[in-house]
Structure formats: structure tokens, C-alpha cells
Ligand binder design. Structure first.
Ligand SMILES: Nc1ncnc2c1ncn2[C@@H]1O[C@H](COP(=O)(O)OP(=O)(O)OP(=O)(O)O)[C@@H](O)[C@H]1O
Ligand SMILES: [Mg+2]
Length: 157
């Protein structure tokens, strides 16, 4: 898609902690918005994955949160900010297989300890920060212009 065709766009959505019935609604709506804007399947898939993982983590662990979508000419930004217990040690939390999911979360089919790792894998840029007792902030950037695969460190043309 040509960068000049993309008008900047933003939208913000609320997520309610503990509400597993609605887990996936926000990531689904964001995917629909991006699909209507004409993004490629690769951009849709990667944005949907990172947004879904952030949304499920908010539902699973936080009190409440917001997910913001920002569409810019050459990338999509997803910001997920929550109020909740936060993460004491991000380096540990991001390791594959590490999880504090309780019985209820596991019954819902989550808790494999893969979410943050998937977010890191499928984002072109991923920032996470957290204040224990206050909340957690994630920022994911998905490049939308065709070109070398930045995740594998391809050099620009
Ligand atoms: N928004 C959050 N607030 C507080 N803790 C979080 C948050 N997101 C993740 N965590 C912590 O980091 C751990 C790892 O998260 P991650 O998403 O990688 O795995 P998971 O949610 O446990 O399992 P999966 O995502 O595979 O269903 C969680 O178990 C939890 O302890
Ligand atoms: Mg998770």
C-alpha cells in the first residue's frame, strides 16, 4: 500500500479486567478497522496477534485498561496501558513458559506463558514498562510498508 494513501487515524478502546466474555473484542475491532483501510494480511495478522495477547493479559491480570490504535503513513502503533498489579520483573515475565496464571485463567485456555513472547516476536518494535502496584504499559509498532523484513534485520534497499 502506498504511504500517501494512508490518512492518520486513531481510536481508543476500554478493556475491563476479569471480563473473559469480551476478551478479543477490541483486537477484533482493530483488525476490522485495519482491514477496511486495506492493509495486507501480514499487517492484519501481526497486529491482531499482538493486540489480542495484550488484551487477554489485561483481562487476566489488570483491573482495567485502554488499548489505543494509531495509524500513521508507514506504521501502526498499538498502545496498551492498564491499571493493575504491574510486573515486578519484566525480563522474567517475557520468558517463554513463565506464567502466574491462576486456575480460572488456565480454565479459560490461557496461561502458557507465551503472550509477551509472541508480542515481541510479531512486533517490529516492542516497548514494555511497568510500575508494580500501579500498572503496565506496552507499545507495539508494526511496519506497514512493503520492504525487507525488519524483524530479521534486513537492510533497507
Ligand atoms: N498486564 C499485565 N499486568 C500484570 N501482569 C502481567 C500483565 N501481562 C503479563 N503479566 C505477567 O506476565 C506473565 C507472562 O505473561 P504472558 O502473556 O507471556 O503469559 P501468560 O499470560 O501467563 O500466558 P499466555 O499469554 O500464554 O496465555 C503473566 O503470567 C503475568 O504474571
Ligand atoms: Mg498472556
Amino acid at each position: 500500500m502506498s504511504a500517501c494513501k494512508i490518512k492518520p487515524f486513531q481510536a481508543s478502546f476500554s478493556v475491563c479486567g476479569g471480563n473473559f466474555d469480551d476478551a478479543g473484542l477490541v483486537s477484533g475491532r482493530i483488525k476490522t478497522i485495519l482491514k477496511e483501510m486495506g492493509f495486507t494480511n501480514d499487517v492484519l495478522r501481526r497486529t491482531a496477534i499482538v493486540t489480542y495477547e495484550a488484551e487477554v493479559n489485561m483481562v487476566s491480570y489488570a483491573e482495567r485498561g485502554k488499548i489505543r490504535l494509531l495509524v500513521l503513513p508507514d506504521h501502526v502503533v498499538i498502545e496498551a496501558t492498564d491499571e493493575g498489579p504491574g510486573i515486578a520483573d519484566i525480563r522474567v515475565a517475557i520468558q517463554q513458559g513463565w506464567s502466574t496464571a491462576n486456575e480460572k485463567i488456565r480454565e479459560m485456555g490461557f496461561g502458557a506463558g507465551m503472550g509477551l513472547n509472541n508480542i515481541r516476536t510479531f512486533s517490529d518494535i516492542f516497548h514494555i514498562s511497568s510500575d508494580p502496584g500501579v500498572g503496565t504499559r506496552l507499545k507495539m509498532i508494526i511496519a506497514t510498508q512493503e520492504g525487507p523484513d525488519r524483524r530479521t534485520g534486513g537492510a533497507p534497499p
